[in-house]
Write a protein that binds this ligand. Structure first.
Ligand code: ATP
Length: 337
């Protein structure tokens, strides 16, 4: 038995979710110091045909969470622990070889910057067709047809002609569309999008979101990392809020944005243009997120929280269920105080 195998066989959770992440922990190794835990017990589900938003300030662990599920972490990271069930298999227990077969084929990826996903030295045709051929999805002539169709589906005009260009010959918005086409050409069941609309202007943003809505309608499940609560409201059905590597609140997006329960979520909304509107002054959350190497005891948000009470908030705060669909990691959340 290798160290990565588990002593006990483990079964998928009783859920018909497309992806079920349970108790995900990720640590980075450091020289002459304890490993740094940056994702700490994160759990969530993604349903077919639904989108989940992951929101939170910079450094809260959003990207490391999805990269842990994708097993795309730098060498300095330990193999994540926990479970991530997808099509009956725990992604965290698969080899990198098996993951390479799943990434790009069954799970599509879209990043903020197309440069991260596309090879600047290859035409769109080469990139899209080789992607299909590598995954053994079809033969060469069908691959070209599918590639042209995928470019047309994401709204790239004259796809027959544009397929011959290099990524740098496209505008930012078109390049972002081409990256989505590449993510979707294999018709993956799950799409993971990390700030997919941050680098494009508002008009293109709306077009890209409408494109993603079309994918959801066809049954694709989506995880979207976003700083933009307006994007979350428009596109995502469910949301999780992360702070210092943990989920502090989860709820259907509209409920989370209309009636936030965790003081941190309230702070995020208060500092957001989308929720504050033009008339209300924006109220940034005082202070800054904690240094994870010196995580405050108990609720990591308590040093910044106007409602914190000692000693209760210095104790660990579990996620407390509020009704059937919501949970928040604050003892005050149940009452909505
Ligand atoms: N390669 C790494 N080595 C050590 N620490 C890392 C590494 N990558 C990320 N981290 C740390 O992990 C924590 C979470 O980072 P992550 O990128 O997931 O945050 P994020 O919420 O996605 O932020 P942003 O919105 O800015 O992308 C941060 O404290 C970050 O410094």
């Amino acid at each position: 038995m290798t160290l990565t195998q588990r002593a006990e066989p483990h079964d998928p959770p009783e859920s018909d979710a497309l992806l079920s992440v349970r108790e995900l922990h990720t640590e980075f190794l450091r020289e002459q110091a304890e490993p740094l835990r940056v994702v700490d017990g994160v759990s969530f589900d993604v349903e077919r045909g639904k989108a989940l938003a992951i929101v939170g300030e910079s450094g809260s662990g959003k990207s490391v969470t999805v990269r842990s599920v994708l097993r795309l972490l730098p060498r300095t990271a330990r193999t994540p622990s926990g479970e991530a069930w997808f099509h009956g298999r725990d992604l965290l227990s698969l080899s990198q070889r098996e993951m390479r077969r799943i990434r790009g084929r069954n799970i599509g990826m879209v990043f903020q910057n197309a440069a991260e996903a596309m090879n600047p030295t290859l035409t769109l045709e080469r990139q899209l067709t080789e992607h299909l051929l590598w995954h053994g999805i079809c033969g060469k002539s069908e691959a070209r047809e599918r590639a042209v169709r995928a470019l047309g589906d994401v709204g790239i005009p004259e796809p027959e002609r544009r397929i011959r260009v290099y990524p740098f010959q496209l505008s930012g918005g078109m390049r972002q569309r081409a990256m989505i086409a590449m993510a979707m050409v294999t018709e993956p069941a799950l799409l993971i999008a990390d700030e997919p609309t941050t680098a494009v202007d508002v008009t293109v943003q709306r077009q890209i979101l409408d494109l993603l809505v079309g994918l959801k309608d066809r049954g694709t499940g989506v995880i979207m990392i976003t700083h933009d609560l307006g994007v979350a409201r428009y596109f995502c059905d469910q949301a999780v809020v992360m702070y210092a590597g943990r989920v502090v609140e989860q709820a259907p997006t509209s409920e989370l944005l209309d009636t936030p329960r965790h003081p941190y979520t309230k702070g995020l909304l208060g500092s957001s243009v989308e929720v504050g509107g033009q008339e209300r002054p924006l109220l940034p959350i005082p202070g800054s997120p904690p240094d994870l190497a010196h995580r405050p005891a108990g609720c990591a948000f308590h040093p910044r929280c106007a409602q914190a009470e000692s000693p209760r908030c210095q104790e660990e705060q579990e996620l407390i269920s509020i009704g059937d669909e919501r949970a928040a990691a604050c003892w005050k959340a149940e009452t909505g105080r």
